[in-house]
Unconditional design. Structure first.
Ligand code: GLA
Length: 392
């Protein structure tokens, strides 16, 4: 039986009724190809939507209730639209609740909904499973309500839910890639004004292989917030001490030449390294996109490697597990580049691997990784999929 039919059957077991009035939506996860820790610094990122993601089956109710269930968690949650405050014990359902509470506060929803979520993004792996749930919820509810669908606004709304309701101070990259992704394209996004372009990802005989370190991302939230504050503090200092930069808004507004002239003004050596990563990584994104457009995958791969080194040495958000996996990947013939992807401190790597070497890659990198870390890595040969959409 097709997955959608199985999900509909389960929906009816939980919520009753019949299949005809169930709508089905899907939002992907994302992988960032290059441009890490840049979004909240106002620069360029280059993520792509995956084909794995979150399906949401939804049906309007005649009262104000939300009945939420998931295929992956036994907890089901029933709430009124008028009582959607964050509750730790509501666990996974806080993600859709956050989105719906903001929507309801802003534009009074007409009724509640029965909902069933199904996700196949590994949780906590840094492939944006939570952003995927938030974006699919926003898209589905707006569509069901007959409201205007503006994908950029959906990304903003999902980011707000994450920032204000869940309390994670993430940037806009994940939600944006999930809302605006396109099959076989990566999204070049300028984060200071959300100008974007969908760039064909023509990788010929090379495949994107995602490697999950299965390393729990301990301390990731506090370290993430610390990096953000260091960048904001660097902007503050440069505004105060460098004539002409009084109006500097974002670190990524500085180009490499400008930065090398003024870097010494950041006396705190750690802060200086953080800022250098941002300025150089931002430039690398634009270089990478040019290289991709020229079909120069070899040089594109080198940019991925430089990005990883910078995240490891300057921004210090890598970890031993990510480094071991990237190092092992780069030893395999036919690998053009590899790097950590996402926030870091665990999560996933992404590598550009010749199609003839993919099996060898998974086998050898997996073995080395297990031997050196004691952890079993998982690998996904990933296709670039579409952004959020209604499936039926
Ligand atoms: C997480 C955040 C994003 C971005 C990346 C790092 O995925 O959610 O906004 O900052 O980390 O590039």
């Amino acid at each position: 039986m097709k997955l959608i039919e199985q999900l509909k059957e389960r929906f009816i077991e939980i919520h009753g009724g019949n299949p005809v009035d169930i709508a089905v939506y899907h939002a992907p996860g994302r992988v960032n190809l290059i441009g890490e820790h840049i979004d909240y610094n106002g620069g360029y990122v280059f993520p792509a939507a995956l084909t794995i993601g979150t399906a949401l089956l939804v049906r309007r109710r005649s009262d104000d209730k939300l009945h939420m269930a998931s295929m992956g968690f036994s907890l089901t949650v029933q709430k009124s639209l008028f009582d959607l405050s964050y509750q730790a014990e509501d666990d996974w359902s806080n993600f859709p609740k956050g989105v719906i509470s903001i929507l309801h506060a802003e534009q009074a929803l007409l009724s509640g909904f029965d909902m069933l979520f199904y996700g196949n993004i590994p949780n906590g792996a840094g492939l944006s499973s939570s952003a995927s749930i938030e974006v699919v919820t926003a898209f589905a509810i707006l569509d069901q309500e007959g409201r205007e669908i503006n994908r950029t606004n959906i990304a903003r709304l999902a980011q707000r839910a994450e920032n204000e309701y869940i309390g994670v101070k993430c940037g806009i990259m994940d939600q944006f890639a999930i809302a605006q992704g396109k099959k076989d394209h990566a999204v070049l996004l300028r984060c200071n004004d959300l100008h974007y372009e969908q760039v064909p990802f023509e990788s010929g005989s090379y495949q994107l292989v995602i490697g999950n370190t299965n390393k729990r991302r301990e301390l990731a939230h506090s370290a993430y917030n610390e990096r953000r504050s260091q960048c904001e503090a660097a902007v503050q200092i440069l505004r105060t001490v460098v004539p002409g930069l009084e109006n500097l808004k974002w670190l990524a507004d500085l180009n490499e030449a400008q930065f090398s002239e003024i870097a010494g003004e950041l006396k705190d050596e750690v802060m200086q390294r953080r800022a250098r990563h941002v300025v150089e990584e931002n430039a690398r994104v634009l270089r990478s996109v040019d290289l991709l457009r020229q079909g120069n995958l070899v040089e594109f791969g080198k940019m991925m490697v430089l990005s990883h080194e910078s995240l490891r040495e300057l921004y210090e958000v890598s970890c031993r597990e990510l480094d071991v996996m990237v190092e092992a990947a780069l030893q395999i013939p036919g690998v053009l580049g590899a790097r950590m992807t996402g926030a870091g401190f665990g999560g996933c790597t992404v590598a550009l691997v010749h199609e003839d070497q993919v099996d060898e890659f998974i086998h050898v990198v997996g073995d080395t990784y297990l031997r050196e870390t004691g952890l079993t890595g998982e690998f996904y040969v990933s296709k670039i999929g579409d952004g959020v959409r209604r499936v039926e």
